[in-house]
Design a protein around this ligand. Structure first.
Ligand SMILES: Nc1ncnc2c1ncn2[C@@H]1O[C@H](COP(=O)(O)OP(=O)(O)O)[C@@H](O)[C@H]1O
Ligand SMILES: CC(=O)N[C@@H](CCC(=O)OP(=O)(O)O)C(=O)O
Length: 266
């Protein structure tokens, strides 16, 4: 590992769906001097669009069952509209950026998920060799900011939908061999909450034992489960620092003027 810093910043689907929050967030990150990679999903828009098209959606523990129609919608939404909209807004803020799916430049190769009881459909699982880190390093050295979406490929022509939190984790872990990486999960709440209905009940530091306890008693559920599984995995695999925070608090977090966020510890 060299000691050049790199931020992997993941923006959540509910924040993306809020036009003003997204614009403010992108204006903020455009001012960051440390190199960063932005990762996004867009699950909310994909669900809304699929339901308008009468394609019912099912998520199990925050992971989408992706049938043949849904992978088309996911690709159009994540690799199409959302990715290009984010890149255009970053350009507006003078941050030259490059939108990428996992198929572009063979950036992220995954394996179609095989599960003993659930057919997840066109969902891709990451592994240690998934990420083309040399390409990302070259782009960063070229002065471009990569904007990576949730669509990956299997190397045999199949597009696969991959949880964007897991992509952020895989990028963070694999790039830890080249950089000192911080992984930041930005979403619409102030952090991991002790009472999910109270946005001010932020848990300041969360360790694995507390996580297991809060998962078992139902305090932590839904999309927060893959997010935290990825956080603990990242921590055990070379990522230097991990934060979960409100997208609109990112500047305060980086300037250390906000203390309302969750730090993941062992
Ligand atoms: N204890 C908790 N603290 C915060 N959020 C929680 C908690 N338990 C469940 N959640 C849910 O997890 C969601 C975040 O997961 P997800 O929607 O996948 O995030 P993202 O917007 O980053 O994709 C929150 O919007 C919230 O509904
Ligand atoms: C397999 C799987 O669950 N893929 C996710 C990818 C998008 C995503 O992760 O979006 P958010 O960050 O907005 O949750 C999905 O389709 O919802």
């Amino acid at each position: 590992m060299n000691n050049q810093k790199l931020l992997i910043i993941k923006i959540g689907g509910n924040s993306i769906d809020n036009k003003f929050e997204l614009a403010q967030f992108l204006e903020t990150i455009a001012t960051i001097n440390t190199p960063f990679i932005l990762v996004h999903g867009g699950g909310k828009l994909a669900t809304d669009l699929a339901e308008k098209l009468n394609i019912p959606q099912q998520l199990i523990d925050g992971r989408r069952i992706t049938d043949a129609e849904t992978i088309k919608i996911a690709t159009m939404v994540y690799a199409g509209y959302i990715n290009k909209n984010i890149v255009a807004l970053l350009q507006k803020n003078n941050k030259n950026s490059l939108g990428l799916s996992g198929a572009d430049a063979n950036l992220i190769k995954t394996t179609k998920r095989i599960h003993p009881t659930i057919d997840y459909g066109f969902v891709g699982d990451l592994n240690a060799e998934s990420v083309n880190t040399d390409f990302l390093e070259n782009i960063i050295n070229f002065g471009l900011t990569p904007v990576v979406n949730a669509i990956t490929h299997d190397g045999n022509g199949l597009l696969l939908n991959t949880n964007a939190d897991s992509i952020a984790n895989a990028l963070a872990v694999s790039l830890s061999s080249k950089y000192e990486v911080s992984l930041l999960y930005c979403f619409e709440k102030k952090g991991v909450l002790l009472d999910p209905s109270n946005d001010d009940s932020v848990i300041k530091t969360l360790n694995h034992q507390q996580y297991e306890q809060l998962k078992n008693d139902g305090t932590i559920s839904k999309g927060m489960l893959p997010k935290l599984d990825n956080c603990f995995n990242a921590l055990q695999n070379g990522v230097s620092a991990i934060g979960i925070l409100k997208a609109t608090n990112l500047l305060g977090f980086l300037n250390k003027t906000t203390h309302e966020y969750t730090t993941i510890i062992e």
